[in-house]
Design a protein around this ligand. Structure first.
Ligand code: GYE
Length: 342
């Protein structure tokens, strides 16, 4: 009997314990949640600065004063800003310039490519390759045909407007002239300045009765400008004006006119484009009448656009450079010439 009651008491105690524990009020605090895994932070976006940038610059060549000033602008400004500049001069050979473009696309050090296109076409493949490689392209100096989705922006002059200005100035110089026969010395065939300056010149010159009798490429050079003008003079001296699409070709024409016994800027009026230091000297010498400015000092604007592109900023497809016109009969010409950088 005694055993049974002991056993009963043990079971009763066990039941009591289980009941107390089982109904224990819920703990006042919820169980600690598992430690939260912090969200993975997106890596901070890189903000490029000039010293971070390695630029691959494809120049056209070294054909004259304008090009020398343009090249100097890039080298000097790169030094000032701490940019690593890789410079390539294809000596005015389009195939070399395209090959150099491919090199810069392959070069792991190059972050952004700047192109001064020798001609308006021939760029589709390399521009698509550059985009696929994630390398922004900024075009400087000369425009290309189409392909706007494949470059960041074009920074350069309105060559058609430069041509219009030259045509208007030639009209003024030939006002009252019985005849208005004009010869045109053209830049490298297929280049934007050669195409567009010719278009603009005809828009305004033909309005005042100018007749563009001869037009031929002299490839931006003094020597070819002289050779072409000499050949024309052998055929006829019935010319009242010469339009040089750049200063150097006009200088060549001036030499040919002198050797043919004609007085440049008097017997034959001369208008050129670029406004290089040589043009100011020719105007001060009285052998050139007018030069239309085409600004070569583009590097600061172009590097700024390249940096903006690397930082993902969007830019207008064309940022035109601002330009003037200069005249031999300007009484302040000497002071203007003294203050110019190129
Ligand atoms: O007029 C000429 C140079 O592209 C605007 O190229 C430039 C032209 C310039 O050879 O002198």
């Amino acid at each position: 009997m005694k055993t049974r009651s002991v056993l009963f008491n043990i079971v009763l105690a066990l039941v009591l314990i289980a009941t107390v524990v089982g109904c224990a009020p819920a703990p006042t605090q919820a169980p600690a949640a598992p430690t939260a895994v912090p969200p993975t932070e997106a890596p901070a976006k890189k903000v490029w600065t000039y010293p971070d940038m390695t630029v691959g610059f494809l120049q056209t060549g070294s054909e004259g004063g304008w090009r020398a000033a343009n090249t100097a602008s890039y080298k000097e400004t790169a030094q000032q800003l701490g940019i690593n500049l890789k410079f390539y001069d294809p000596q005015n050979d389009l195939a070399k310039q395209v090959a150099g473009f491919q090199q810069f696309i392959q070069d792991p050090e190059v972050d952004v490519i700047i192109l001064s296109p020798l001609e308006v076409t021939g760029w589709e493949q390399v521009l698509k390759d550059a985009k696929a490689a994630g390398k922004p392209v900024v075009i400087q100096d000369r425009r290309i045909d189409g392909l706007e989705d494949y470059y960041v922006t074009f920074i350069g002059a309105d060559f058609v407007e430069e041509g219009r200005k030259a045509g208007s100035e030639m009209c003024k110089l030939l006002e009252g002239s019985e005849k208005k026969n004009v010869w045109e010395l053209v830049g490298n065939v297929g280049s934007a300045p050669a195409i567009d300056r010719g278009t603009g010149f005809r828009e305004t010159a033909e309005k005042c009765g100018i007749n563009v009798v001869n037009s031929q490429t002299a490839n931006w050079s003094i020597s070819e400008g002289k050779q072409v003008t000499e050949a024309w003079l052998k055929e006829s001296k019935d010319v009242q004006g010469i339009f040089g699409q750049n200063d150097e070709m006009a200088f060549g024409a001036i030499e040919a006119l002198k050797e043919a016994g004609l007085v440049p800027a008097k017997d034959v009026k001369l208008v050129s484009v670029d406004a290089t230091s040589g043009a100011f000297q020719a105007m001060l010498d009285g052998t050139l009448n007018v030069t239309v400015e085409c600004n070569p000092l583009l590097a600061p604007q172009v590097y700024e656009a390249a940096l903006a592109a690397l930082n993902g900023e969007s830019l207008p497809k064309w940022i035109p450079s601002q330009e003037s016109v200069f005249y031999a009969d300007d009484p302040t010409l000497k002071e203007i010439a003294a203050g110019r950088k190129y």
